[in-house]
Design a protein around this ligand. Structure first.
Ligand SMILES: C[S@@+](CC[C@H](N)C(=O)[O-])C[C@H]1O[C@@H](n2cnc3c(N)ncnc32)[C@H](O)[C@@H]1O
Length: 286
């Protein structure tokens, strides 16, 4: 079959739910990933023919996209901080906002050449922990998650990116204390309230793990409280905490951090102008 005809089928089947540009972009990602073809191939050779087997990959992918599966799950991979990460239904797809959180940490530690200890709480695919270990090699990174299957994938991602990260299965809501003292704690914990479900896209709701996203309406800060509590014991003096936050709850997170003796609290906005990240320093431990 001609590749250009498959592109037409993609448009016929997907244009109802996605813009033409999005469909083009998904089609090109699919041919790059499954067929090893460059995206400009159709410009060079408009009549390129693909094999039956290749056709099958393209149609299987199309049927997943039609069901609303995010392209990253269909490909089984994504890019974060210019690094490749495998993803599957047991982990959240790493978001660009989270890259900004990692960049904040990297900015702050760029001139540190001592051996820093950092922990990533709720690591999912391992994107935060692995990027930090890759981009700042003198950092010792620990990463924890409650999900066995997420940790399995995160370990594979560490191998893929050739870094050493200590992964541990821990429920942060029940954990006694962190096993050592850290210079920084980073976390992108679940923070979407159940009441916000209807603001979210169906393909997120139907495909991404809800335990990675949602918190109960009556206790939306439960992860921030647990992390702040751990941080009082688990951070070195003047240790720093960096967390991604729900834009609607930033004032509440600030109040909570003050209650737990944090100071120098700073907020940062994401590319969409929403308060999305918070940083705070642990004041002298009392
Ligand atoms: C919002 S996702 C973040 C994943 C990844 N760090 C990222 O930024 O893409 C939150 C993660 O917290 C984990 N998690 C949920 N409840 C947890 C708990 N009680 N203890 C530890 N991790 C938990 C989920 O499995 C999920 O991987």
């Amino acid at each position: 079959m001609l590749l250009k005809d498959i592109k037409e089928v993609y448009h016929r089947e997907l244009d109802e739910n996605y813009s033409r540009e999005e469909v083009d972009s998904m089609f090109y990602l699919m041919i790059e990933h499954f067929l090893g073809l460059e995206r400009f191939i159709l410009a060079i050779d408009p009549n390129i023919v693909i094999t039956k087997e290749e056709e099958q990959y393209m149609f299987e992918g199309l049927s997943k996209l039609k069901k609303g599966q995010p392209i990253q799950y269909v490909l089984g991979e994504t890019t974060f901080m210019n690094l490749k990460f495998m993803v599957n239904a047991s982990v959240l797809i790493p978001r660009p906002e989270t890259e900004e959180l990692v960049n904040w940490v990297l900015e702050d530690i760029k001139n540190r050449d001592d051996d820093l200890e950092i922990i990533d709480i709720g690591t999912g695919s391992g994107c935060i922990a692995i990027s930090l270990a890759k981009l700042k090699p003198n950092v010792n990174v620990t990463a924890i998650d409650i999900s066995k299957s997420a940790l399995e994938l995160a370990k594979k991602n560490a191998l893929l990116n050739e870094v050493n990260v200590q992964f541990r299965e821990v429920d942060i809501l029940k954990a006694g204390s962190l096993s050592k003292k850290y210079d920084s704690i980073i976390s992108n914990p679940p923070y979407v309230r159940e009441m916000e479900r209807d603001k979210m896209h169906n393909n997120v709701l139907q495909n991404e793990p809800s335990a990675a996203l949602f918190v109960p309406d009556e206790e939306p800060l439960l992860f921030y409280r647990a992390i702040a509590k751990q941080a009082r014991e688990g951070l070195k003096e003047n240790g720093v905490i960096y967390m991604e936050i729900n834009q609607y709850l930033c004032e509440d997170v600030k109040i909570l951090l003050k209650e737990f003796n944090f100071s120098e609290i700073q907020l940062r906005k994401d590319i969409f102008g929403n308060d999305r990240m918070i940083k705070a320093k642990l004041s002298l431990v009392n």
